[in-house]
Ligand binder design. Structure first.
Ligand code: SAH
Length: 345
């Protein structure tokens, strides 16, 4: 399948055709993507036909939209039955795609739907890139009114922990930069704090953004929410984030999901402030999106505002993020909910 094939090996897909066909195919896959091989008009019909059912490494199982068409979620199904989800969000100056790096997740963060259903497997680099190119092909045919007609920003905030699938994620980023032509700065890797992965990413030649899912400012609370904190405690995560900032000159962002009565106290804000100030990080607050197996509830808006006000008073840059696509289970931590229902095995 093209997307499971290294772009440098596209020649193997063109059969007896002359070699310039490989470069035409490369353009169709990476520069001006289309949803079907039939639309690859510069290729001869026979070649198009031979590519027809192997253009994508998955089928589209469901496509849902929300927010008056500005949010779109796809549930893709790989040949082995694995669900892969991606969410496209149109804004006035950017079009952001939230992609998955694993089918499921092994990290079992208490409030995240993906973690609640366990780990299935890593996604291949081609399966990660195909999410991007499917969205790009879709956007070329179906523009979101008022938003750029291509994916301008990528966030690894869908299913899975990208830094637990390092080599494949790295290769997918390389293809996004070298073949699709995206700027490294418009790609953000979000991590629960896999310290060795953060260090490796710091040593890559790209100015990729890093978001750290902190959610708690002391080890006891953080370990109770994010079991991986027992392996990579807060101080080590902070040190790796500081090194990322020093190496890249790019500020990391801190993600903080607001769980009512759990991590939303002004006391936690006061403990978070020195960490954020030392890292010169921007803090993003997001109300928890309810998930089926979690007992937690989103913090009420006034509590979130008080938390933000405390950070602000202590000199921290902070934004309260609005959630997108909640009614189609496309919001953070909700991916996989419907997929699990559709495929309980
Ligand atoms: N594993 C990576 C990326 C996927 S999760 C990470 O942990 O960063 C993307 C973001 O969504 C993380 O900040 C995660 O903590 C957050 N998230 C998970 N479940 C959520 C929920 N139910 N409500 C709101 N945010 C959630």
């Amino acid at each position: 399948m093209p997307y499971l094939t290294d772009p440098r090996e596209l020649g193997s897909l063109i059969g007896e055709e002359p070699s310039y066909r490989a470069s035409q195919l490369h353009d169709w896959l990476y520069k001006t993507p289309v949803l079907t091989a039939a639309e690859m008009t510069s290729l001869p019909p026979g070649l198009r036909a031979s590519l027809a059912d192997r253009l994508w490494p998955f089928t589209v199982e469901t496509e849902q939209s929300a927010d008056a068409g500005a949010t779109r979620k796809w549930l893709f199904r790989a040949d082995d039955g694995m669900a892969i989800e991606a969410v496209l969000m149109g804004y006035h100056n950017r079009t952001t795609l939230c992609i998955s790096s694993q089918a499921g997740c092994a990290l079992a963060c208490t409030f995240c739907a993906t973690g609640q259903f366990g780990f299935d497997r890593h996604l291949e680099a081609g399966e990660i890139v195909a999410q991007v190119q499917y969205a790009n092909a879709w956007l070329r045919a179906n523009p979101i009114e008022g938003s750029p007609q291509r994916v301008t920003n990528i966030v690894f905030m869908g299913m899975g922990e990208p830094l637990a699938n390092y080599d494949r994620v790295r290769e997918s980023i390389r293809r996004m930069i070298d073949h699709i032509g995206m700027g490294a700065r418009s790609i953000t890797v979000s991590t629960v704090g896999i310290v060795p992965g953060m260090r490796r990413l710091a040593d890559e030649p790209w100015q990729v953004g890093l978001a750290v899912s902190l959610h708690a400012a002391d080890d006891e609370l953080r370990s109770s929410l994010l079991p991986i904190n027992k392996r990579y405690p807060l101080a080590e995560v902070e040190a790796a984030a500081a090194r990322y900032f020093e190496t890249k000159g790019r500020r990391v962002s801190i993600e903080w999901t607001m769980l009512a009565g759990v991590n939303d106290s002004v006391d936690q804000a006061a403990k978070l402030a020195p960490i954020a100030l030392r890292l010169k990080a921007h803090v993003n607050l997001i109300a928890m999106n309810p998930t089926p197996l979690s007992v937690d509830q989103p913090s009420p808006r006034p509590v979130i505002e008080a938390f933000a006000a405390k950070l602000d008073e202590l000199g921290v840059n902070v934004t309260i993020r609005n959630t997108r696509g909640q009614e189609i289970d496309a919001a953070c931590g909700q991916l996989r909910v419907r997929a699990a229902t559709a495929n309980p095995g």
